[in-house]
Each structure stands twice: as structure tokens, then as C-alpha cells.
Design a protein around this ligand. Structure first.
Ligand code: SAH
Length: 297
């Protein structure tokens, strides 16, 4: 994990119960005698997330609709710190902070997770976009109910999900960086297989027969035609239209096998600079691909 990631140790559940007493009924010793929660129980995971967000980022309200993606906070936090280092690389190694640093988050999700972490860690302002109406309403509510966010985060609806930036970015506005955690599977079946693998690894045989919708993720959050390759290729194409309005573009790429097609698309789009930033959380490895054109702002 990134050295500035504040979620490196074990969760301090005793403290988190103090922070959010409604978490208490879901905390019990596991087979090793350590306090834990049942990670297969969406309600428990949601309350754990709320407690963490309240404890680390001072959020008074955080809630997501049933069956929407409940993000693991340590991993999401790593993307924010990697982006901070990227911006620092153009700024005499100092991370630029404050509201003037503007971030566009494509697919902000029901959880509004990147704006929450990014604004609290570095004071950046965010525009988060969302194509799913329920996730949009949820992100908007999180912003409105938390005074710490409402002056710095704006949520915009993408009414045409085939687009990523069109209808969102106006001609005159500029951003420091674009972030995106794309839907990564290519079909609902693939998303379901991914979730079955996860349950198998967690040793939860009971959940193996449930569909992807039952494990915290609506279909549209987890898959899109062509998977993450198609989504990121579309983003690359559209980003070329706005190349002078951004310093950097970036996207999470969850599968190693997606990289070749994404690099080819970046070369075909004649980007001037592209980098791959590696991330690992325990066993899980992922990466962020970043790019910009000559003459970027
Ligand atoms: N950023 C959140 C959610 C990622 S899931 C997190 O990291 O947890 C991907 C999100 O992108 C979903 O909420 C999905 O509804 C949204 N999405 C899919 N296509 C989109 C598009 N064209 N424009 C904006 N959002 C989109």
C-alpha cells in the first residue's frame, strides 16, 4: 500500500464501535479470537465503511442503497495517493492541495468514495459523474448531507451512458486530473463468476449460488459491453477531444490482460506521455494507467 495510506493496520473494531455504536451487534470474535465482522453480510460491511469514513474523514452521513457497490476503503485510498504523487511530479515534488486542484471522477458510484477521500486528504474539489440514476441520487445525498463535502463536490448526471466526457465537460472548464474506476467485466455472467470466485476464496459456500447483484454491486457497476478494455478505450478516444483542458487523464485497470489493448489505444491516439502506476493491497494487484498529450495544460 501507499506509505500515506491511513488504512494499513488491522481495523480497530473496538474504536470503530465507539465511533459508530450501530456497528456493535455485527462485531464478534472470529475463529482466531480476533474481533471481526462477517464480510459476507452487506449490512455489516456497510456499517464498517460508515464507521471508517466517520472516524478518518469526519463524515456524519454515509449510506448506500441495497445491492450497490460497497467499496473497500484502503484500496480506494491508494488511488488517491498515487494521483497525489503524480501531480507532485509536476510540482517540485510537493503534492498540490486545496480547492483549486480540480478532479473529475468518472463513475463516482453510489458511495462517492473518491471525492470523500480526496477532498479530506488534500482539500481537492471534485466533479463526480454517474450514469446510474440510483447511484447518482445516492452520491448527491452523501454530498448534500455532509457540510464538509457540499462546498467542494459536485455530482453530474451522465444521461447518455455511451459517453464518458461528452455532455459533462464544458468548453471552458479545466481539470488537473481525471480519475476512473470503470465497470470491469464484459458481461453479467463474467461478473457473477468473479463474485463466485470471491466467495470461494472467503470460504462462503452459501453465497456461491447468488447472482452478482446480491453481493454489493448492481449489474451496471460491474460490467459493460466489452468490459474495462472497451470502457477505457472509449475514455481515451473522448479524452483526446479535451486534451488541452486537463493536465492528466487516468484509469484504474483491474486485469493485467487488459493492458496491451489499452496501450495500443493510447499509442493510436498519439498520446505524448503514458505511465503505469502499480498498486497492491495484500494479494490483490492492480494498476493505474495515466496519459497526457503534448500541450496539456
Ligand atoms: N467510483 C466508485 C464506483 C465504481 S463502479 C468506486 O470506485 O467504488 C463504476 C461506476 O461507473 C458505476 O457506478 C456505474 O454506474 C458508473 N458508470 C458506468 N458507465 C458510466 C458512464 N458512461 N458515465 C458515468 N458513470 C458511469
Amino acid at each position: 500500500m501507499h506509505p500515506r495510506n491511513r488504512h494499513t493496520g488491522r481495523y480497530d473494531l473496538e474504536n470503530l464501535i465507539q465511533v459508530l455504536p450501530s456497528l456493535k451487534p455485527f462485531v464478534a470474535p472470529n475463529k482466531y479470537g480476533d474481533l471481526s465482522i462477517d464480510f459476507a453480510n452487506p449490512q455489516a460491511v456497510q456499517l464498517l465503511n460508515h464507521a471508517l469514513l466517520k472516524d478518518f474523514y469526519g463524515l456524519s452521513f454515509w449510506q448506500i442503497p441495497e445491492n450497490y457497490l460497497c467499496p473497500p476503503i484502503p484500496g480506494r485510498s491508494d488511488y488517491i495517493h498515487q494521483i497525489a504523487d503524480l501531480l507532485a511530479s509536476d510540482n517540485d515534488r510537493a503534492v498540490p492541495s486545496g480547492k483549486e486542484v480540480r478532479v473529475l471522477d468518472i463513475g463516482v458510484g453510489a458511495s462517492c468514495i473518491y471525492p470523500i477521500i480526496g477532498h479530506n486528504e488534500y482539500g481537492w474539489s471534485f466533479v463526480g459523474t454517474e450514469a446510474d440514476p440510483v447511484a447518482y441520487d445516492s452520491a448527491l445525498r452523501i454530498v448534500q448531507e455532509n457540510p464538509s463535502l457540499s462546498h467542494a463536490v459536485e455530482i453530474r448526471k451522465q444521461a447518455t451512458p455511451e459517453f464518458t466526457l461528452k455532455n459533462i465537460v464544458t468548453k471552458s472548464e479545466t481539470f488537473d486530473v481525471l480519475m476512473c474506476n470503470p465497470p470491469f467485466h464484459a458481461s453479467l455472467e463474467e461478473a457473477e463468476e468473479g463474485s463466485r470466485r470471491k466467495w470461494r476464496n472467503l470460504g462462503k459456500t452459501k453465497q456461491l449460488n447468488l447472482s452478482a447483484r446480491n453481493f454489493g454491486g448492481q449489474g451496471g457497476e460491474l460490467w459493460c459491453p466489452g468490459g474495462e478494455v472497451a470502457f477505457v478505450k472509449k475514455l481515451i478516444q473522448e479524452s483526446s477531444i479535451y486534451q488541452k483542458q486537463f493536465k492528466w487523464f487516468s484509469s484504474l485497470v483491474s486485469k493485467d490482460a487488459s493492458l496491451d489493448a489499452i496501450y495500443s489505444a493510447l499509442k493510436a491516439a498519439r498520446v505524448y506521455d503514458m505511465r503505469t502506476l502499480d498498486m497492491s493491497q495484500g494479494q490483490k494487484k492492480s494498476r493505474i494507467v495515466v496519459w497526457r498529450w503534448l500541450g496539456a495544460r
